[in-house]
Write a protein that binds this ligand. Structure first.
Ligand SMILES: NC(=O)c1ccc[n+]([C@@H]2O[C@H](COP(=O)([O-])OP(=O)(O)OC[C@H]3O[C@@H](n4cnc5c(N)ncnc54)[C@H](O)[C@@H]3O)[C@@H](O)[C@H]2O)c1
Length: 344
């Protein structure tokens, strides 16, 4: 049997626990051999559950120096994504970094350049590309059934990161998070609309505000309108103040009708066509494991196989930088009160 792909985890909080580490545990080609967190209790707890023989570190530089790793998952607060990625690439590791990939466009470019220099793979965990409903929506749009896309509306909102990561106080601190809802959730949809339409955003106007999260110095709401380079129009919104149920939908108004994705519970992908007038519900593949495991997306399995040259990466650093640039342009627009053009 081939030698296993040796993985280190940097940051052992919620996304490491629910997505990365279980994903690697399901991947026969990989083994997690090191866990690093400044809170070693969290690193130990994760190791105990998934890989009791793994080494524990509180400093990622030490982990990268002492372990002979093939790849790392970076699951830290946002401000560490850039530095940890560059350190890992310099240590000859392939990298899967969490979104938002960086805190600025310049930093994102440095990460992409560092990967090229090291001849290693840099991937960004834009997980929405892997949701079964989004895979199906892409298939439907690519088939031509809907005709030309005219307008796209996409929204991601929930009640706030405190309900996802109770210890993750950093989400509300600009120094560590850099952005609030617009990059925590908005970057998912900025990436998704690019992925589903194959189009690039040309110009964007944004607004942001902190409406309820008073003990925070980042925005809790963000709305924007944009045009793609071909004139297709859209809106992109993100919120940490959506209550009662999550909003995580994308609607495509097209020449032949409307495609609604994840808007209605129990109807993940539904097309309303005008000629002939009909409604088509599309079945979606289950997540990789079972219905109860909403994170069974196999993001890390793809990362391992892509690093080994046996699969196409679902989202490279270069690709994800374009999604981050949309959010940065929207923020600039919100701060200046003017629409902002993107360079392509
Ligand atoms: N892809 C997705 O769908 C998705 C979902 C949730 C979160 N995320 C992203 O994942 C990242 C982590 O989010 P989370 O919800 O797991 O947060 P979290 O607060 O639960 O976990 C972050 C962990 O990083 C640790 N940490 C902080 N500084 C460190 C350092 N210097 N070295 C090592 N570890 C350090 C913290 O102690 C904590 O355990 C964020 O960037 C977030 O945007 C992505």
């Amino acid at each position: 049997m081939d030698k296993k792909f040796r993985v280190g985890i940097i940051g052992c909080g919620q996304i490491a626990k629910y997505l990365h580490v279980p994903d690697y545990a399901r991947c026969p080609q990989a083994e997690v051999v090191a866990f690093c967190d400044i809170d070693v209790v969290k690193a130990r707890a994760l190791a105990q559950e998934f890989a009791p023989d793994a080494q524990i570190f509180h400093d990622f530089s030490m982990m990268l120096k002492e372990m002979d790793l093939d790849g790392v998952s970076i699951c830290t607060p946002n401000y560490l994504h850039g530095p940890a990625t560059i350190a890992a690439l310099k240590a000859d590791c392939h990298v899967l970094v969490e979104k938002p990939m960086a805190t600025s466009s310049v930093e994102a470019q440095k990460m992409v350049d560092a990967a090229k220099k090291a001849k290693k793979l840099l991937m960004v965990d834009q997980t929405q590309r892997l949701f079964p409903a989004h895979v199906k929506a892409k298939e439907v749009l690519d088939s031509g059934l809907m005709g030309k896309i005219l307008v796209v509306n996409s929204m991601f909102g929930h009640s706030g990161p405190e309900n996802w990561s109770p210890t993750g106080k950093w989400f509300f601190k600009k120094k560590e998070a850099r952005f609030g809802a617009m990059a925590d959730l908005g970057v998912h949809k900025a990436d998704l609309i690019r992925f589903l339409t194959g189009k690039e955003v040309a110009e964007i106007s944004g607004y942001m505000n902190r409406l309820e999260k008073k003990n925070s110095d980042v925005e809790d709401n963000f709305v924007s309108s944009f045009t793609f380079t071909d004139g297709t129009m859209g809106t992109l919104c993100a919120s940490w103040t959506v209550k009662g149920c999550e909003a995580n939908y994308t609607i495509f108004h097209c020449a032949n009708g409307t495609l609604r994705v994840c808007e209605f519970p129990g109807k993940p992908v539904v097309a309303y066509l005008v000629n002939p007038q009909c409604e088509i519900e599309f079945p979606t593949a289950q997540a990789a494991t079972n219905d109860d495991d909403e994170w069974g997306l196999n993001a890390c399995g793809n990362f391992v196989l892509a690093s080994l040259g046996r699969a196409t990466p679902f989202c490279t650093g270069e690709d994800a930088k374009k999604s981050l640039d949309i959010i940065l342009a929207a923020e600039k627009s919100a701060l200046t009160g003017k629409s902002v053009k993107l360079n392509h």
